[in-house]
Write a protein that binds this ligand. Structure first.
Ligand code: FAD
Length: 465
């Protein structure tokens, strides 16, 4: 682990020269604001020593060079919706806020691409594409609040990944400030490319440890005109999850397949002040199908209805916007159960998903934790949420650690991994070290050390170097 110097007057003056005095913030209430992201457990909190808001890639590069010269840790922050303590400055130092880099530079309808700065909100891109009859297919549930650069940094998944893939599948090219302060363009606006290493894909998903993304060229897709959403309700959780491979195998090419267990059905109905059917006993599967023609839509709808009924659904209903509102508010609804809560994210092969959810529910009974499960079910990506309630801090930490150890061991046993989309952040760096095959871990560390020799970029995240 590296040792870092503290921010001093000389460094503050240099930062002010780079971005201007008003964009170098040291007031205590500001530093307090950035000591956490979505993390609710104070044991993970760390305050930055200074918060800096650059406007250009050149300013970012100058700040990175300064951080290297003075050996200061530097953590990039988008909107701070990380669920892996990714935006927390574990070693203090500089927090670099991307919110001033928020320009949509080019929106090209004919070429079906957009060039945007890293601090543009994901929702703004989605909305603009929609008004032009196009689709930006990245769609994390946090899209209202998160930023596109961070979506790349975490390779965010979300609701449309079944059909369109995760954020990495939406990207042509990047502008990146390297950990040593060079501005480098990676990738190209091409449908295929085998021209040297695919560096843009290395940066995507590296959680701010291998470079600071400053500009992105995004792919846009045609917006399909016909769509329907169904809500299939099950009283047997296993049957709900067993439906997923059947839908995928039928060739329906769904856009989304989402799952909420009954604990989430209750909490999110309560949070949104609604009462959708089977509040008391139902688990929900939400499926979206989009098509080019009405005939195709009718045909797929009939087929899907049959698959759900045969699969044991108690009810198959058309899902209107209220259902998606419930799904989007699952994470927020945890707060009404417990102020301190956490959402863990593991990914398993699709054919092991039902088994894994059953395992989670079974072992959950051995703990005093309130265990709730939802899933981007079409991707095998489970979110296992725990609420602290009245547990003491000590008991909570102990039970969470034991529970997670059982879940991670099971996930790896069935061929899964520690995270499908939220990333490793500060929270799972030790587990990554434990569960990753030594050869693979060594390659990761070699890359990090070569690119960031002073380990200044987002230290304490992903890898323990
Ligand atoms: C209610 C809710 C729902 C969510 N739903 C989903 C979901 O469906 N799918 C999903 O994948 N995630 C989801 N998340 C997690 C989170 O929203 C994503 O990880 C998102 O990509 C983070 O965006 P942000 O702007 O908040 O980034 P931050 O939290 O600020 O940062 C996240 C990470 O990216 C790094 N980073 C930020 N900007 C840059 C940059 N420009 N260059 C390099 N590194 C950078 C940070 O250092 C940090 O490691 C959800 C979170 C919440 C609270």
């Amino acid at each position: 682990m590296s040792e870092y110097n503290k921010i001093n007057k000389e460094i503050l003056t240099e930062l002010e020269q780079i971005v201007g005095q008003e964009y170098v913030l040291t007031a205590q209430e500001i530093l307090d604001k950035y000591k956490t992201d979505e993390e609710t457990n104070p044991k993970y909190f760390h305050s930055p020593e200074v918060v800096v808001l650059p406007k250009t890639a050149q300013e970012v590069a100058a700040i990175v060079k300064l951080a290297n010269n003075f050996l200061i840790s530097l953590t990039v922050r988008g909107a701070g919706t990380s669920l892996a303590a990714g935006a927390i400055p574990v070693f203090g130092g500089i927090v670099l806020l991307m919110e001033r880099m928020n320009e949509i530079i080019e929106f090209n309808e004919a070429g079906m691409y957009a060039v945007v700065e890293a601090g543009v909100s994901t929702k703004a891109i989605q909305d603009l594409a929609h008004t032009k009859g196009l689709l930006y297919a990245g769609d994390p549930c946090s899209s209202d609040s998160c930023m596109i650069g961070s979506n790349l940094a975490t390779n965010a998944g979300g609701n449309k990944a079944v059909r369109y893939g995760t954020t990495r599948d939406q990207v042509y090219a990047l502008e990146v400030v390297t950990p040593t302060g060079d501005i480098v363009n990676m990738g190209a606006r091409l449908q295929k490319k085998t021209t040297g290493y695919c560096l843009e894909q290395l940066i995507i998903g590296s959680e701010g440890t291998l470079g600071i993304i400053t500009k992105v060229t995004l792919k846009l897709k045609p917006l399909l005109p016909y769509r329907f959403d169904i809500l299939a309700i099950f009283t047997d959780v296993t049957k709900a999850i067993d439906l997923v491979p059947k839908v995928l195998k039928a060739g329906l090419n769904p856009t989304s397949i989402e799952f909420m267990d009954n604990n989430f059905v209750r909490s999110t109905n309560d949070y949104c002040e609604t009462r959708l059917p089977h509040y008391e006993d139902g688990s929900y599967i939400i499926i979206t199908i989009e098509t080019l023609t009405e005939e195709e839509l009718d045909m797929k709808m009939e087929l899907l209805d049959g698959i759900c009924t045969e699969g044991g659904a108690s009810d198959v209903l058309e899902a209107d916007e209220r259902v998606w509102k419930l799904r989007r508010n699952c994470q927020e609804s945890l707060r009404i159960i417990s102020k301190v809560n956490l959402t863990d994210d593991v990914v398993v092969p699709l054919d092991k998903e039902a088994e894994t959810i059953k395992f989670v529910m079974t072992i959950g009974k051995n703990y005093n934790l309130h265990v709730m499960t939802l899933a981007h079910a079409g991707d095998g990506n489970l979110h296992i949420c725990l609420c602290k309630g009245d547990l003491s801090d000590e008991q909570w930490d102990k039970e969470v650690a034991q529970f997670h150890a059982e879940i991670y061991a099971f996930a790896y046993k069935v061929g899964g991994r520690l995270s499908g989309e939220h990333g490793i952040g500060a929270k799972k760096a030790k587990e990554l070290e434990k569960y990753t095959e030594p050869g693979e871990l060594a390659v990761m560390k070699t890359i990090k050390t070569a690119m960031d020799p002073n380990n200044i970029l987002n230290p304490g995240k992903v890898l323990l170097v």
